[in-house]
Design a protein around this ligand. Structure first.
Ligand code: AMP
Ligand code: MG
Length: 434
C-alpha cells in the first residue's frame, strides 16, 4: 500500500516547504460540503451565494407611526382619520384612502394607498366626539400615554383621529421591497471567510445551509516515554506533553479539524497502531519527536522502513524532518523540542494548510532589527522569536529550541538567511506573523 515518495530529502527551507505543499496538494480536489449557516462561522464559502428572495421581503415601515398619503400631509397641521392598525407580522390589508391614516409598527407592511410614514413623534392623538381634546403622544413605546387607540386586530372606531404636525414626502420611512438585495443578487462571494456580518445576511435571506470549502482533517501523535498529560503528577524525569495540545491549537487556528491528539510511548508497536488509526481517520498526520539521532527514535524507526524520508533541513530550530506517505496519507514528522515543533509547523505546514482551506496566507513582511544579532549558525536559516515595536522588530528569546515560554512572548518569527552569521541593528529582516 505504501510507496516511496519520488523526491529525495529536501534540504533548504524553501525546498522542504514546497515538498510539504506538494504532499498536501491533492486535498484541494475534494468537493465542497454543505453546512448549516448556524455552524458556518469562520468557514470559507466555496461558491458565490445569491439571494433566493428580495430584501426587504415586502414594502414596510421604517418607523412606528402612521402610513399616510404624502399628498394629504403637504400642509400641516392636518387631521386624518385612523382607518386601522397594522402590527409587524400582520398581513396588513386595510387600504389608506384620502384623508386617512393607518397606524403601522416598524416592519409592518405599508397598506395599499399609502406612500409615506409619519412617525408617532410627529402626531397628536385626538380624542374626538366630546370636544376634540388633543392628547400628546409622548414616546415611541406602543401604548404609552396613548389613550384608547385601536387594539391589535381591533377595528378602529370613527372617533380615532390624529393631527399630523409635520408632513412627510412620498417614500419617507418606507422601505421598498428589494432595495437591500434583489432575488438572485450576490449576498456573499466565493472565498469569503464567514464573519458574523455575513452570517447575518445569509440568515436574513433565509438560507439554512451554505456551501463551504471542506476542512482538512488532521490527527496528531506525540511520542516520548517522558510525556505526561497536563494535570498529572510528574514522576522524576517526566515532563508535560505540550506539543500535542500546541499542534492541535495551531491546526484549529488554521481551519483544520483535529480528529484526535494521541500520545505514544517510545514503543514501535504502540506507535504503529496509532499510525494505522491516524491514516484511516485523517487527511494528514502530524507526529512530534522521535526523528533525530538518539537511541529511541520511534517515529523514524517505524516510518523509515515504510518509505519515510528522514533527514536534515538547513533550518534552526527544526532541523530533523521527516515525511511519509502511508496509505496515500501524508505523515509529517516534526522534531520533539517544543519550539522546533511550533517553528516546523509555522514554516513548513501552515501556509499550505491555509491555502487548502481557502484562508488568507500568513503575513510575511520586512522590518528593521531594533538590535544586532550577534551570531547565527552558518549554512542554516534561523527563525528567532521577535516582537514588533513601532516599525521595527526586537528579538525576545534565546535561540534554544526548548524555550517555549520565550515563544509565547513572540509575535513574529525573525527570518535570518542561511548564509548570514550576524546582523547589525537596523538591518532589514523578513518577519513571519505568528
Ligand atoms: P525528541 O525529538 O523526541 O528527541 O525530543 C526532543 C526534546 O523534546 C526532548 O527534550 C523531549 O522531552 C521534548 N519533547 C518531545 N516531545 C514533546 C512533547 N510532546 N511535549 C513537550 N516536549 C516534548
Ligand atoms: Mg523523544
Amino acid at each position: 500500500m505504501n510507496h516511496r515518495p519520488a523526491s529525495s530529502p529536501a534540504r533548504t527551507v524553501d525546498d522542504y516547504r514546497a515538498t510539504v505543499a506538494g504532499l498536501l496538494a491533492h486535498l484541494a480536489d475534494r468537493p465542497a460540503e454543505s453546512v448549516p449557516v448556524t455552524g458556518a462561522l469562520g468557514r470559507v464559502l466555496a461558491d458565490d451565494v445569491r439571494s433566493p428572495i428580495d430584501l426587504p421581503v415586502f414594502r414596510n415601515s421604517a418607523m412606528d407611526g402612521y402610513a399616510v398619503r404624502a399628498a394629504d400631509v403637504t400642509v400641516t397641521p392636518v387631521t386624518l382619520t385612523v382607518a386601522g392598525l397594522v402590527p409587524a407580522g400582520n398581513p396588513g390589508a386595510a387600504p389608506v384612502g384620502p384623508g386617512q391614516a393607518v397606524k403601522v409598527m416598524t416592519g409592518a407592511p405599508i397598506p395599499p394607498g399609502a406612500d409615506a410614514v409619519v412617525p408617532v413623534e410627529d402626531v397628536r392623538r385626538v380624542s374626538d366626539g366630546h370636544g376634540a381634546e388633543a392628547v400628546a403622544v409622548a414616546g415611541r413605546a406602543r401604548g404609552r400615554d396613548e389613550g384608547p387607540l385601536p387594539r391589535r386586530g381591533a377595528d378602529p372606531t370613527p372617533e380615532d383621529r390624529i393631527v399630523v404636525e409635520r408632513g412627510r414626502d412620498a417614500g419617507e420611512f418606507v422601505r421598498e421591497a428589494g432595495t437591500d438585495v434583489r432575488v438572485g443578487a450576490l449576498v456573499a462571494r466565493r472565498g469569503t471567510v464567514l464573519a458574523p456580518r455575513h452570517i447575518a445576511a445569509l440568515a436574513a435571506v433565509g438560507l439554512p445551509t451554505v456551501p463551504v470549502v471542506r476542512r482538512p482533517r488532521a490527527m496528531v501523535i506525540t511520542t516520548g516515554d517522558e510525556l505526561r498529560p497536563a494535570g498529572s503528577a510528574l514522576a522524576p524525569g517526566q515532563i508535560f506533553d505540550s506539543n500535542g495540545i500546541a499542534l492541535a491549537a495551531a491546526l484549529e487556528a488554521d481551519g483544520v479539524t483535529v480528529v484526535r491528539v494521541a500520545h505514544s510511548v517510545d514503543d514501535p508497536a504502540v506507535f504503529a497502531a496509532l499510525l494505522r488509526e491516524a491514516v484511516a481517520a485523517a487527511d494528514v498526520v502530524f507526529t512530534s519527536g522521535g526523528v533525530s539521532k538518539g537511541d529511541f527514535e520511534v517515529v523514524k524507526d517505524v516510518l523509515a522502513p515504510l518509505g519515510g524520508v528522514f533527514g536534515p533541513v538547513a533550518v534552526q530550530p527544526g532541523g530533523p524532518q521527516g515525511y511519509t506517505i502511508l496509505d496515500g496519507v501524508p505523515v509529517l514528522s516534526f522534531p520533539g523540542n517544543p519550539v522546533s515543533t511550533m517553528v516546523s509547523y509555522e514554516v513548513f505546514a501552515r501556509a499550505a494548510l491555509r491555502e487548502l482551506g481557502g484562508l488568507p496566507a500568513p503575513q510575511v513582511r520586512e522590518a528593521p532589527l531594533l538590535g544586532p544579532i550577534a551570531s547565527s549558525p552558518a549554512g542554516r536559516r534561523q527563525f528567532l522569536r521577535g516582537v514588533v515595536r513601532g516599525s521595527g522588530v526586537e528579538v525576545v528569546s534565546g535561540p534554544g529550541s526548548h524555550l517555549i515560554a520565550g515563544m509565547a512572548w513572540a509575535e513574529v518569527l525573525v527570518d535570518v538567511p542561511a548564509e548570514v552569521t550576524s546582523l547589525p541593528e537596523g538591518a532589514p529582516v523578513r518577519i513571519w506573523s505568528l
